[in-house]
Ligand binder design. Sequence first.
Ligand code: SF4
Ligand code: SF4
Length: 379
Amino acid sequence: MKKIVLLAFATILMMVSCTNRQKTPQFKENPDMEYRTLGSTGLRVGVIGLGCGGFDEIDSTASRELVTYALDHGMNYMDLYDANPKVRSNIGYGLGDRRAEMIIQGHIGCWWNGDSYERTRDVEKCKIGFEDLLERLHTDYIDVGMIHIVDKMEEWQEIQGSPYLQYVQDLKAQGKIKHIGLSSHNAEVALAIAKSGLVEVIMFSLNPAFDRVQSDKNPWTFGGGDRLLDAEKSPLKIALTRDQCFAYVMAKPCVKVALCSIDSASKVDEYLHYLKATDEEKDYNSALSKQTAQNDMDKGACTYCNHCMPCSAGIPIAKVNELLDKAEKEGLTAELKAKYDSLPHHAGECTHCGACLSRCPFGVDIPTQMDRAKEVFGK
Ligand code: SF4
Ligand code: SF4
C-alpha cells in the first residue's frame, strides 16, 4: 500500500495508491476552498465535495443551481452512485458545459432495472449502467470508476480475476475511466483492498459516533450523519455541529474530501462554513468528551442509500425510511402524508421476506422499519 487517502463526511471516505494517466480537469483553485491532492492520482480536490443523495428529489433547474453554486465555490469533486435515470439526467443538465471542471466518481456495478436501482456484477448489466451514466452526463469519460460496494472478504476474493474486474480494467485501458476506485463499508475489507494495490481510491464511511465502537461490536461502520447534529437522534446523545463533524473527518491525514448530500444551492454555505470556522468551533474533542451514552450503537440507522433495493414487494425502502424519520422527528404533517401516499408501494406491503437485509450495509432492521412506517402512515 503506497498511500492512503480518505474521503468522508459521516458516510464516505477514500484511499489512493499508484499513478495513472489522466485528463487534467479544467478547474481553477478557488482561494476560499482548501484543496488536497488525491493520493497519487495527482488530482487536486476541494475538501468539501458533493454526494448525489441531495439530487434525489430536486428537478433539473435546482440541480443546475446547485452544481453551479458548488463549482463557483470551489467544490470540484462529486460522487454519483445513483442509477436513477432522473437523478443522472438532472446532474448531467446541472453540469451543463462545465463537466470538465468537476471530477466525477461514478460507480460500475449499479444499474436501473426499469423500476429501481440494483447492485450487480453481471457484465452486461454493468455495461448498460455505465454507458447510461456517460450518456446522461454528456461525457465520454469518468474520472474515478468505482467498483461498487465490496463489503465482504469473500466478495473481494470472488472479484479477483472475474469478468467484472476485467470489464473495469478494460474501461481504464480504453480511457473511459481514468482511475479505479472502490466503495466499502467494512474496514477490514477496505484495508485488504488498499494493500492489494489494485485500486487507487476507496470510498468509505466515517462517523464519529460509530467509529469509536465498531471494531469489536460490529464489522460495519455506520452512516446517517445528520443524526449527529441532533442530540435526540444521535447515539452520542449530544448534538455535534457540522463544523465539528468535518473537523473530525478532516483530521485524518488520509482523508482528502468529504462528500455531502446537499439538496439546494442555498444550503451549500452551511457546509462551506467549516472553511472559515474558528478552532473553537471545530473542536470536536471537547464535545465528544461530554458523551455519556453509547446505547443504540448496535442498531443500524438508515442513510437512505438505496443499497437494499430492489424490494421484492416494490417498496421504495429508503424513501419510506426517510419519511418515517421525518414524521417521527417533526410529527406527521399533511405534506409528509401526501408524499407517503404518492409512493408506488407502501410499507404495509412488506412480506418480511428478508431479501433486503443482507444488502443493507448499515444493519438496518428493515422489516421492523416497515412495520413502524405502516403504523405511522396507516398503510
Ligand atoms: S423484507 Fe419487506 S422491505 Fe425487505 S425485501 Fe422483503 S418485502 Fe421488501
Ligand atoms: S435500509 Fe440500509 S440499504 Fe436500505 S436505504 Fe437504508 S441504509 Fe440504505
